[in-house]
Design a binder for this molecule. Structure first.
Ligand SMILES: [Zn+2]
Length: 339
């Protein structure tokens, strides 16, 4: 019970990429780069195991960015045709590539990386992958009639990828959809349908991570405008509860999301974010335990998976390690108290 896991990313070591920075360029290249990514994933798997994290991940050590790392291997995207686009409903500008013809996945994207991790750990393994709606909000559309059409096309190639990830022994496939609290109508109209297409035929656990974004300045400024209570999820949780996804991951630590909203996810596993990723202060195990127990007022302990609020990538490495330890220790405290 209370199996721990993480939302996804972990910091890159300073010898692999510039630390405390999103989209940091690699410091190695070619064969050395591949080996560097693998070494780094090994270190992080070990760190997660020693911290008592039950369902481990590669910490996204194989990609510079959670969306573009996947898109780099997809055909139909022109990386020379960069468009500056306001993303997450103009929260911030990003320079993004453009879809210029029908997208195709000629080769696996992360399957070899996941296989490397599968061979290295006996723990359950989670692999995270960008969700169709978030992909479509991070790339310019120069080919498909509508954003929904483009999302369905991405869902199809994501499905090819996740079937292969399942086949090599990945236990949980998680789709990251930080766009889900921005385009609430689209979520209901086609966002969840696109996820359904992406998980077609899977037997393993499937999760969706929804989120108010990493602790970067543009996100913090945006959060200031949302008021004291963030109720966006009230609109989409009933639809998510009806969906075919098994698990929902969201932020609960220092969060302004009213916790009672998770009561709307009564048929899902809930990945309860008990680690704040926007603060350098390391939580005490007691603090983590108290967040888990707060969540237990609305969700049965059997369905709670203590987790981080979001990715830890922008944090200093030692802070991230200590936060992982706090997460493991906090969950253990609650398990003991429950007997
Ligand atoms: Zn997140």
């Amino acid at each position: 019970m209370l199996q721990t896991t993480i939302a996804g990313s972990l910091p890159k070591p300073s010898w692999l990429a510039e630390p405390e920075k999103l989209w940091a360029p690699w410091k190695l290249s070619g064969e050395e780069l591949l080996r560097g990514k693998q070494d780094s994933a090994m270190v992080w798997i070990k760190e997660q195991e020693s911290a008592g994290i039950d369902i481990v991940s590669d910490g996204e050590q194989f990609r510079t960015h959670f969306v573009h790392g996947f898109l780099e291997k997809i055909q139909g995207i022109d990386w020379k045709k960069m468009t500056t686009m306001g993303i997450r409903a103009n929260r911030y500008d990003a320079s993004v590539p453009t879809v210029t013809s029908a997208i195709q996945r000629k080769n696996p994207v992360h399957v070899e990386d996941a296989k490397f991790c599968r061979d290295y750990t006996n723990n359950k393994l989670k692999f995270t992958i960008p969700g169709p709606m978030t992909i479509c909000d991070t790339i310019a559309n120069g080919f498909y009639d509508t954003r929904a059409d483009m999302a369905m096309a991405f869902a199809e190639i994501l499905n090819q990828e996740v079937r292969e990830l399942e086949a090599i022994g990945v236990d949980v496939i998680q789709f990251d959809e930080p766009a889900f609290n921005v385009f609430m109508d689209d979520v209901k109209e086609w966002g969840i349908a696109a996820l359904h297409k992406a998980i077609e035929g899977l037997q393993c656990k499937t999760a969706v991570h929804i989120c108010y974004g990493y602790g970067i300045q543009a996100n913090m400024d945006w959060k200031m405008t949302l008021g004291d209570k963030w109720t966006q999820y009230q609109e989409i949780f009933p639809a998510l509860n009806e969906s075919k996804l098994d698990q929902v991951s969201l932020e609960c630590a220092n969060s302004k999301v009213p916790l009672e909203l998770i009561g709307l996810l009564k048929d899902k596993d809930v990945l309860v974010g008990a680690i704040d990723v926007a603060s350098l202060e390391v939580e005490s195990p007691e603090k983590v335990a108290s967040t888990i127990k707060d969540a237990m007022k609305y969700v049965d302990a059997e369905r709670i998976f203590p987790c981080t609020n979001c990715g830890l990538a922008p944090l200093p490495r030692d802070v991230a390690i200590n936060k992982l330890k706090a997460l493991g220790a906090g969950a253990e405290l609650v398990r003991k108290q429950l007997g």
